[in-house]
Design a protein around this ligand. Structure first.
Ligand code: GMT
Length: 385
């Protein structure tokens, strides 16, 4: 098959998942994959091959436009690609604007290309559900040949918000590439020669991640435990200064290390001891899965799809959103009990590999493509209806 993949090529979880699906479709399933967007997927690096291509979307600026119309440029250039490269399937990550652009490109091309969309969360819960975007999102959800969501939570939320018929959306969990995330990548000696207990937070430091609660929870652990501890923050975002100011105000500024955006985060994660993830909203929580795969227990809020990823009491602990004291109490059990820490880390790594297995999940996407192309898609809506 010839597959076009649309996604945001930046360091978000959806970009990583989209790239790994494309890479596996090319390298393991033998398909030809065309990534289409403003930039190549960051993991693609220089690894261009005869089966993996990148097509840059060119924007036409014009003084009358307030913003260059990306969706229109994408649809127009994609319609040309559909014909030139004889595309069979377009896999859009994010309903907006990608699923809409894919449907428009199909119409323009006049070809029977199949449109498949994977929902990642805020494309539905924040943007798609908003009155200014609700109709076009609903249109895309109904017109695509198949729609998947990365968790049962997101599937149910989407069905509820858009009053969709049951079975319109199916869940296919996220996964990760075990080559990049496994306990064997640990580099404690180099990254943590002091052998402190390392708490970790990895995100884009936006308000929805409740990053100030990360600092408050870490502070609670420092106050209640005699163990030397550090907090490592991987990622960058708008709340970084507030986090630094809060840490300084609480007298723990010297224990908090902002590590910024890094391309190879596996060794850093594997060298830490506990992931703190207090997010207010999280359709899946790929960072939790990455940490578990590296053998870390996860201390996470009971938000969205996180309870489907983290097994409470087994691979970490869950706490009610915003309840810092509860989180500290649960985190302390892990910090103070090395046996519990070890057994939870081991179960976390097993759970990550078994339940979110890359090969199994890539096969499910492959079957979805095959069903769509052969017209067998369960719950699929025929093109153009
Ligand atoms: O919308 C965002 O917050 C970014 C987005 C992304 O591109 O990574 O995150 C969403 O998709 C991820 C991959 O499926 C999920 O792991 C995140 O939970 C989800 N974010 C939210 O639901 C807030």
């Amino acid at each position: 098959m010839k597959i076009a993949i649309l996604n945001y090529h930046r360091m978000g979880g959806s970009g990583i998942v989209a790239y790994e699906i494309g890479r596996a479709m090319a390298e393991e399933m033998g398909h030809t994959v065309h990534f289409v967007g403003l930039e190549p997927p960051f993991r693609m690096g220089e690894q261009y091959s005869s089966r993996i291509h990148f097509h840059k979307v060119w924007l036409k600026d014009y003084p009358v436009f307030n913003y260059p119309p990306y969706t229109l440029a994408l649809a127009s250039q994609l319609s040309e690609l559909i014909v030139r490269c004889d595309i069979d399937v377009i896999h859009s990550h994010y309903a907006l604007p990608h699923a809409v652009a894919a449907l428009l490109a199909r119409d323009i091309s006049g070809r029977n290309v199949k449109c498949i969309t994977t929902l990642h969360g805020t494309d539905i819960t924040v943007v798609g559900a908003h009155p200014t975007m609700k109709n076009i999102t609903c249109h895309a959800l109904m017109k695509c040949d198949a729609v998947t969501a990365v968790s049962n939570y997101l599937k149910k939320e989407t069905e509820r918000i858009f009053e969709l018929p049951k079975g319109r959306i199916r869940t296919i969990y996220n996964f990760l590439n075990p080559e990049f995330f496994n306990p064997g990548l640990e580099e404690k000696q180099r990254l943590n020669p002091e052998n402190d207990f390392i708490c970790l937070h990895t995100s884009n430091l936006r308000r929805v991640k409740l990053p100030l609660d990360v600092i408050r929870i870490f502070h609670g652990l420092v106050v209640k435990s005699a163990k030397p501890m550090q907090l490592w923050i991987l990622g960058e975002g708008p709340m970084q200064s507030e986090m630094a100011a809060l840490a300084a105000g609480l007298g723990i500024g010297d224990r908090v290390r902002f590590m910024g955006i890094q391309t190879n985060i596996g060794p850093v994660i594997a060298s830490a001891d506990l992931l703190i993830m207090p997010s207010r909203e999280e359709s899946f929580g790929l960072s939790a899965l990455e940490a578990m795969a590296c053998g870390l227990p996860v201390l996470a809020a009971q938000a969205g799809g996180l309870p489907e990823v983290v097994r409470d009491g087994e691979t970490g602990f869950l706490f009610p959103i915003g309840e810092v004291e509860t989180a500290v109490g649960k985190g302390l059990q892990i910090v103070e009990d090395p046996d519990l820490h070890k057994s939870m880390g081991k179960k976390a790594a097993e759970h990550a590999v078994n339940t979110f297995n890359m090969k199994t999940i890539v096969r499910r996407y492959n079957q979805l493509y095959l069903d769509a192309v052969s017209g067998n898609g369960k719950g699929a809506v025929p093109s153009g209806t």
